[in-house]
Design a protein around this ligand. Structure first.
Ligand code: FUB
Length: 318
C-alpha cells in the first residue's frame, strides 16, 4: 500500500477520538482558552500559558493531536506590536482572553486589552494568513468600554462566530463590571463592525461568552459568578439563531470536591463528532474564600440530551 494524506488524517481522527475522554488534565497553566480543530489537530489560544495565567504581554498558541502532548506554536502577537494601546502612566495594560476565527483563508485574533480603569478596556483584532501567525494588528480598537446608557460596559472577552448557516459573522463581548453581553455583526472584512445587534441579557451572565451551533441549535455559554471565587461556573442558554432570543438552560460546570472555579471556556467538535469543553479552573483545589494561585486549562467531554440540553459536565484529572 501507499502512504496517502487521508491515512494521516484518519490516524489523527482516531487519536483525537480516543483522546476525547483521556486528555491529561490539567493540560497546562493558562486561562480563557479558545480552542479550535485545525486539520485534525486541537489548537488552544489562551491568556498566558505555561509560566503564568495572568498579566500577559503576549499571546501564544499550543496544539496537540492526542490531547496529551502539546506543542508550542510560539508567540503569535506581542503587546508592543499593538501601537494604539498607548500608556496611561498609571497601570500596565494586559492582553487577555483571545478569540480566534477564520474566514476565506484568513485568520483573525480578537483580544481584550485590560484592565478597565483608568483607561477603558478595549478589544482589538489582528489578522494572519495562518493560525500560528504572524498576526498584524488592524491598527485601531474595534470596541471600547466605558459608561453606557444602560450601565457600565467592560470591553473584554471577545468571541467571534461565523454562522455556518447564514455565513454572517458576529462578535460577542462583555463582562465583569456591568456584566453585560453585547453582540455586533462584523463587517465582511472581519475587522470592522457592521452594526450592533440588540440582544436580551441571558440570566446569570457575568463574562466569557462562547457561541457554538449543533444540529440547528445555537448555544450561548458563559461564565457566572466572581472570577476568583468558588461560585465561578458555566451556564448556558439556547436559541434558534445566533442572536437569540435565549432560552436559559442552567448551569453545566461548577466547582466540585476537588476542582475550583471553572469558567472561561470554548466548545470543540472533534472530527469523530464528539464534543469537548476546553476551560480554565484554578490550581487551588478546595476552600471557600477567594481563590489564589494560577489558572489552568482542562478538557472534558460534553454530552447532549435529545432535547438539546447539555448534561452537567464532570471535571476530570489525567
Ligand atoms: O483572564 C482575564 C479575565 O479573567 C477574563 O477576561 C475573564 O473572562 C476571566 O477569565
Amino acid at each position: 500500500w501507499r502512504w496517502e494524506p487521508w491515512i494521516a488524517s484518519a490516524i489523527g481522527v482516531a487519536l483525537v477520538t480516543a483522546a476525547a475522554a483521556t486528555a491529561r488534565n490539567p493540560v497546562f497553566q493558562g486561562a480563557d482558552p479558545h480552542a479550535m480543530m485545525i486539520d485534525d489537530e486541537m489548537w488552544i489560544f489562551p491568556t498566558g500559558g505555561p509560566g503564568g495565567s495572568w498579566a500577559a504581554d503576549r499571546f501564544g498558541a499550543f496544539s496537540s493531536r492526542d490531547l496529551r502532548t502539546w506543542t508550542s506554536r510560539g508567540v503569535i502577537l506581542r503587546r508592543d506590536q499593538i501601537r494604539w494601546i498607548g500608556d496611561d502612566g498609571a497601570k500596565a495594560h494586559f492582553l487577555w482572553a483571545p478569540g480566534v476565527a477564520t474566514r476565506d483563508g484568513k485568520w483573525y485574533l480578537y483580544y481584550s486589552v485590560g484592565p478597565q480603569n483608568p483607561t477603558p478596556s478595549r478589544i482589538g483584532v489582528a489578522v494572519a494568513d495562518a493560525p500560528q501567525g504572524p498576526y498584524r494588528d488592524s491598527g485601531r480598537p474595534l470596541v471600547t468600554g466605558g459608561r453606557q446608557a444602560n450601565g457600565q460596559f467592560e470591553a473584554i472577552d471577545p468571541m467571534a462566530f461565523v454562522d455556518p448557516r447564514s455565513g454572517k459573522a458576529y462578535l460577542y463581548a462583555g463582562g465583569s463590571a456591568g456584566a453585560r453581553l453585547r453582540v455586533w455583526e462584523l463587517g465582511r472584512d472581519m475587522v470592522s463592525l457592521a452594526r450592533e445587534v440588540p440582544v436580551d441579557q441571558p440570566p446569570n451572565f457575568t463574562e466569557g461568552a462562547f457561541m457554538h451551533e449543533r444540529d440547528g441549535v445555537y448555544y450561548l455559554s458563559y461564565s457566572h459568578g466572581h472570577w476568583d471565587r468558588p461560585d465561578y461556573s458555566v451556564h448556558y442558554a439556547t436559541a434558534r439563531s445566533p442572536i437569540g432570543p435565549w432560552r436559559y438552560r442552567g448551569e453545566i460546570l461548577k466547582s466540585d470536591a476537588s476542582h475550583q472555579g471553572p469558567g472561561h471556556h470554548s466548545f470543540v467538535r472533534t472530527p469523530a463528532g464528539d464534543w469537548l469543553i476546553i476551560y480554565h479552573r484554578w490550581d487551588q483545589r478546595s476552600g471557600t474564600g477567594p481563590l489564589k494561585g494560577e489558572r489552568q486549562v482542562a478538557i472534558d467531554r460534553v454530552r447532549y440530551g435529545t432535547d438539546g440540553s447539555i448534561a452537567p459536565i464532570a471535571m476530570t484529572d489525567g
